[in-house]
Design a protein around this ligand. Structure first.
Ligand SMILES: Cc1cc2nc3c(=O)[nH]c(=O)nc-3n(C[C@H](O)[C@H](O)[C@H](O)COP(=O)(O)O)c2cc1C
Length: 210
């Protein structure tokens, strides 16, 4: 009987809209990140399978000095600053995450690394997709590093990403100039929704063996 109830709960949970958190990774004065994130949020809302929340790291208290115990060992007792709560709560409730990142010196910004390192269980068995921008490489170096780091946290990284090279010439009025980009975004979001539902069901059925 209990098994039937658990299965029903898992099915109902899988049918609910997936909660998508879009993280603005850069905090620099005059940054372009919020423009990209707001376009991604529009694509995700139009897609129809997500409840979308945007978290801007510029609004989050993100100290570089971490507590003595790593978050992996501390679990829920990890002593985070109160000003980090909107990020932690959003990641806790997320079924899927999109990290919007620029490229800084062939990697991603320190703000994003801090946001990642302050959390652990929040990433476990959840799908993470990447939208990057920058100069000629479109942030691909940043994404390669992020894929490596997110794998360590037991996240599932999505194969299709969006990369915007030379965004300063390819974006106009807050949107990418190439209309095909919306098709690529849809494919990314299709994959993200598939993984979000699959992993949400799996997490509800059995604890992840981390
Ligand atoms: C410290 C720093 C390092 C950068 N290094 C790179 C780089 O390695 N590759 C690249 O394509 N762009 C690089 N850029 C250019 C950024 O991609 C560009 O400034 C972008 O707008 C940064 O994102 P943001 O505006 O959201 O901060 C760098 C910018 C900064 C501030």
């Amino acid at each position: 009987m209990e098994n039937t109830t658990n299965t029903t709960d898992a099915v109902q949970s899988a049918q609910a809209a997936n909660k998508l958190v879009i993280v603005v990774g850069s905090v620099r004065e005059g940054r372009f990140g919020p423009t990209v994130a707001s376009w991604v949020a529009e694509q995700a809302r139009n897609h129809g399978e997500f409840d979308v929340d945007v978290v801007d790291l510029a609004d989050i208290d993100l100290p570089l000095a971490l507590p003595a115990t790593p978050p992996k060992l501390a679990g829920d007792a990890y002593p985070r600053p109160e000003g980090m709560r909107p990020l932690t709560d959003a990641l806790d409730g997320a079924d899927a995450v999109v990290l919007v990142t620029p490229e800084y010196n062939h990697s991603y910004p320190a703000s994003l690394k801090a946001a990642i390192d302050w959390h652990f269980t929040q990433w476990t068995a959840k799908p993470v997709a990447f939208v990057s921008y920058g100069g000629g490489a479109g942030g691909r170096h940043a994404v390669l590093h992020l894929e490596n780091v997110l794998t360590e946290l037991h996240a599932v990284t999505i194969r299709d990403g969006l990369a915007f090279p030379n965004y300063f010439t390819s974006w106009e009025d807050g949107r990418p100039g190439d209309p095909e980009t919306e098709t690529y975004a849809k494919m990314l979001l299709n994959q993200l929704a598939w993984w979000a539902t699959a992993l949400k069901t799996a997490r509800a059925n059995a604890p992840y063996p981390a």
